[in-house]
Design a protein. Structure first.
Length: 422
């Protein structure tokens, strides 16, 4: 009897193992969540990868005003290329639209998508003015569709662990939060697209475009901002209207203080760094990786003068290995974070719940960046909240610019070289 029972069990286990190793039956195409991408430039392909990596999603169409851009991206993923947004939005096999156009067009395209009943995944920043961000948020609310804004670094393991520790009170009372974006963009980057470096479509420079990721992490970690004092400058690039260097001092509403340093001048491109200090410990992230995690409850108190020099040196030698993705090449970004947000959107639709990074949460980083610009323009401390209608770039920013190098006329240069000058 016992032998028979064992055989029966072995049979059951065999069956279960076979079932687990069998590939899941493929989901019929019509049951998959259909996606459309608007904008087939640098970031569009990352959305395509993130979407097509989901077993229950399919990329239906790519729309771009440049036919070649739509055809290339659509062709790579077996999707349909389109140039007419209204035609794309009228399709009932598309439920979600990824907005991958220049930043100053996010709300315009997103509002049209929402009004057509599509859920919206919007690239960062949510838009470049609070007014536009509010229009997009309101349009999605009114249409009853979801709005997920991309800020992929929030979903890295290091940042998730840090946020959880802050929420759990493991860092104690927050005292200081600093973010540093120490990147490089060559002049060729700004020259590569008519919209780059413009107030009208980029909406800002090293903070609004590149820095927004870590501004978002800082704001998410530290909470609401009370006031900002800042200086910005356009110091190492030509033919751009926006800042390539920014420094700000932040007063957070919870009493903590902090700083923000951003640049695209730091050749050849270094890391992004987030430092959070609380009364019970401190954490440092570099390009999303935990570089230091020291909680008093875990490591115990150290001497009156902090850690020994040897311990500090040992940690310092662990730092600075390699540069973060995107530090020098904007296209060299992993699509893993995008995939997390695409996955979350699909689950949110199926489970009828809110998305992980809704519009109002993304608006916070935009407001902080605009406060930096306003402070730099006025030379004054800016108190929050920012007026939704305010936009930067209308006043010349008061910065000390480096005088352009004097160009020696070629004839004189030749004469000087002949005369033996270096
Ligand atoms: N999350 C990230 O890490 C990340 C990285 C890069 C860019 N971005 C963001 O993605 C957005 C796009 O940046 P990019 O570098 O891909 O720009 P890009 O210039 O390379 O591509 C933009 C594309 O949009 C198309 N386009 C412009 N107006 C359009 C319209 N009205 N309708 C349809 N298509 C239109 C252009 O023809 C172009 O192909 C920006 O907001 C940027 O901030 C995010």
């Amino acid at each position: 009897m016992a032998k028979k029972g064992k055989e029966k069990d072995r049979g059951k286990a065999k069956k279960a193992k076979k079932a687990a190793t069998q590939p899941m039956p493929a989901m019929p195409e019509r049951e998959k969540v259909g996606f459309g991408i608007v904008g087939g430039g640098v970031i569009g392909p990352l959305h395509a990868q993130a979407i097509t990596a989901q077993p229950d999603a399919r990329l239906v169409a790519v729309c771009d005003i440049v036919p070649g851009a739509a055809e290339k991206l659509a062709g790579d993923y077996g999707a349909e290329a389109m140039t007419d947004l209204d035609a794309m939005l009228s399709r009932d096999d598309i439920q979600v639209v990824s907005v991958c156009v220049p930043s100053g067009l996010h709300a315009e395209i997103g509002v049209r998508a929402a009004q057509a009943g599509k859920h919206v995944i919007c690239e960062k920043p949510i838009d470049i003015t609070l007014d536009a961000a509010d229009r997009l948020i309101a349009a999605c609310d009114e249409a009853g569709v979801k709005l997920q804004v991309i800020s992929q670094h929030r979903f890295g393991a290091g940042m998730q662990r840090l946020k959880q520790a802050i929420n759990d009170g493991a860092l104690g009372t927050l005292v200081m939060g600093n973010a540093e974006i120490f990147w490089y963009r060559a002049q060729a980057y700004y020259d590569s697209g008519g919209w780059r470096g413009t107030w009208a479509l980029d909406g800002g420079g090293c903070l609004m475009n590149q820095g927004v990721h870590y501004v978002d992490l800082l704001r998410w970690a530290m909470g609401p901002v009370a006031s900002v004092t800042a200086k910005v400058g356009t110091l190492a690039h030509e033919r751009i209207e926006v800042e390539d260097a920014a420094v700000a001092v932040i007063q957070f509403a919870n009493g903590a203080i902090g700083s923000l340093i951003g640049t695209t001048d730091a050749f050849p491109g270094y890391t992004c760094r987030l430092e959070i200090v609380g009364t019970e410990g401190s954490v440092i992230l570099e390009d999303g990786e935990i570089k230091a995690w020291n909680l008093k409850a875990e490591v115990g108190e150290v001497g009156a003068y902090g850690r020994s020099k040897e311990a500090k040196r040992a940690e310092a030698s662990q730092n600075g290995k390699g540069t973060g993705q995107g530090a020098a090449d904007p296209a060299a970004i992993s699509w893993g974070g995008h995939a997390v947000e695409v996955r979350d959107m699909i689950d949110a639709i199926r489970e009828e719940r809110a998305v992980a990074l809704p519009g109002p949460s993304a608006r916070d980083a935009l407001e902080l960046i605009l406060a930096v610009y306003r402070s730099a323009e006025t030379g004054r401390e800016v108190k929050m909240p920012m007026h939704p209608k305010w936009r930067p770039g209308t006043k010349k920013v008061a910065v000390v610019a480096i005088p352009p190098a004097k160009k020696t006329p070629p004839t004189r240069r030749v004469a000087a070289a002949r005369a033996g000058a270096p």
